[in-house]
Design a protein around this ligand. Sequence first.
Ligand SMILES: [Zn+2]
Length: 311
Amino acid sequence: MNFSEIKGQDKAIKNLRAILAAEKIPSVFLFSGPDGVGKKLAAQIFAQIVLCSQRDKNQSPCEVCPSCLAVQREVHPDFKMVDLSYQANLRDEELSKQRTLRVDTIRHLRSEMSMEPMLGGWKAAVIVDAENLEIESSNALLKILEEPPRKTFWILLSSQAQTLPKTILSRALKIPFAPIPKKLVAKVLEERGIKSNSALELCAGSIGRALEFSKRENWPGVLTESPLSAIQACEALPRDLPSSRREAELVFFSLSENLRRFYHQGKISFERFEKAARDISWLKVAVRSNADPRASVLLACLKAQEAGLKT
Ligand SMILES: [Zn+2]
């Protein structure tokens, strides 16, 4: 893995390279920007480079030292990727039961990060979707960010950085990740043999989203053809909660993007566009705060139909 794998984020990568060149690693980073634009991969590569025992002058990891091999196999004792599956493993619970990052998880992480590194170099923790931190968890995290142990660094990833507590934001070095230009997304899809104009139109600069949309046939039209198609969309959601929430987010996103397109093409009025977009964004927030994804998807599809979003 190296930075050349990350497309369309020249500025962010340039910043990270400059930090590596200066050999001064800040203790808290915030990688902000839309989902699916390379934040997590960049965090993993950055951590691998810092932890690598034989990195070269080009700031690439050597890929063969014990540290690099352990990062790639996701078993590095000094590198933690903290997300809902990390928490599920820790609590020995099903992934579907994890909704937020809980205070016990952060306390556990804090004590792990306070121990001496096992492989002798740095210790790093990446907090994925930092907006999932509960208030108490943010406070627990803040405690260690205020006085981070020597040779540790923390990378928070978030698509909604504005919702994070100011006390955390003010401590972090911000590395913004931009939406990826359409041409570049098209190139990535082409390289993978994917032909999907609707995925390209709907993804709003996120390769991750474009790949997701390309797997869903006839989206977004199929979501809003008729009341029956809205019911089918909600029945098609996966059974487990994290996957159904993720799928619901994709539905909301594609409906909003399509509403925007219809409005720009003069097919619906501003009032209709604005009302439906507001309703859908409210449903999105509701699902994040534990509303039922199925009911919310049904409602969003009906709202979009009501606004005139039909194929
Ligand atoms: Zn290495």
